[in-house]
Design a protein around this ligand. Structure first.
Ligand SMILES: Nc1ncnc2c1ncn2[C@@H]1O[C@H](COP(=O)(O)OP(=O)(O)O)[C@@H](O)[C@H]1O
Ligand SMILES: [Mg+2]
Length: 252
């Protein structure tokens, strides 16, 4: 038997409810131990690709397939994919009064395993994670997102990553305006998470973040297709020269 890929996306097409096609034939293979970065102009489909891999019902797969560990998950529901080990940070959009960061993490963990979360074990692990990230223990007792800065929201995302320890983590750094503190938490968290048995798919343009990470492949998305794949050298080239060299002039 050949080596089985952790994630294999082949010929993936995805459209909105209206029928408008956003992804137009994406191929992406990720092996255990690898870090892949997706870059591309605004609106090229980066978040759509991440959400479609995660199984968001907003996007309809109209062609191609998605496999995890050799298993076809193209039609699997979001929570089934999460249980199989794909993670995308859930950004709670609203402030949730009465639910602490710790409660939120415990609920997320319970949802991904079929046994209840053991209270003391969970608290020990959380304390450990907070320590390594040099986060104040009081942070976990705050109400989720109530009065949180952008950086503080990012911290709960990284705590989710370390608490759930998925096989494949997808990070969509939508807000490129992360402050220095947030970049440090994200970097430390990712480095702590990363090992030979898992993989990362990161959507980011932040050289401050990417410079610190062991990036293996960089893919450039344009109009719903990868137009170029290279190594980490591409990150600097793009931050200097932009996407013009890679992006087709073709109208959508
Ligand atoms: N839920 C949606 N409703 C309407 N248009 C959408 C939706 N999701 C994505 N799109 C459109 O699809 C294209 C790609 O969006 P997106 O994946 O967010 O791009 P990126 O993350 O690369 O900036 C954009 O033209 C965007 O407007
Ligand atoms: Mg996006």
């Amino acid at each position: 038997m050949g080596k089985q890929s952790l994630l294999r996306v082949s010929g993936l097409h995805a459209a909105l409810e209206t029928g408008e096609e956003i992804l137009r034939g994406v191929d992406l293979t990720i092996q255990k131990g690898e870090v892949h970065v997706i870059m591309g102009p605004n609106g090229s489909g980066k978040s759509t690709l991440a959400n479609t891999i995660m199984g968001s019902p907003v996007y309809h797969v109209t062609g191609g397939r998605i496999q995890l560990d050799g298993e076809d998950i193209t039609e699997a529901a979001v929570d089934a994919r999460a249980k199989k080990g794909i993670f995308m940070a859930f950004q709670a959009p609203e402030e949730i009064d009465g639910i602490t960061v710790s409660d939120f993490l415990k609920t997320a963990k319970a949802a991904r395993q079929d046994k209840p979360v053991k209270f003391f074990e969970f608290n020990d692990q959380l304390q450990n994670t907070l320590d390594t990230l040099q986060l104040d223990a009081a942070y976990a007792q705050r109400y989720l997102n109530v009065g949180f800065s952008g950086g503080e929201k990012k911290k709960s995302e990284i705590l989710q990553l370390l608490t759930l320890n998925p096989k494949l983590a997808i990070l969509d750094e939508t807000d490129s305006g992360l402050d220095v503190d947030a970049v440090r938490v994200v970097t430390d968290g990712i480095l702590r998470y990363k090992n030979r048995d898992n993989a990362l798919l990161i959507i980011s343009h932040s050289t401050r973040l990417l410079d610190e990470l062991p990036v293996d492949y960089v893919h450039i998305l344009s109009h719903g297709r990868f137009v170029h794949t290279g190594d980490r050298g591409l990150i600097d080239e793009i931050s200097k020269n932009g996407f013009a060299r890679f992006v087709r002039a073709e109208a959508r």
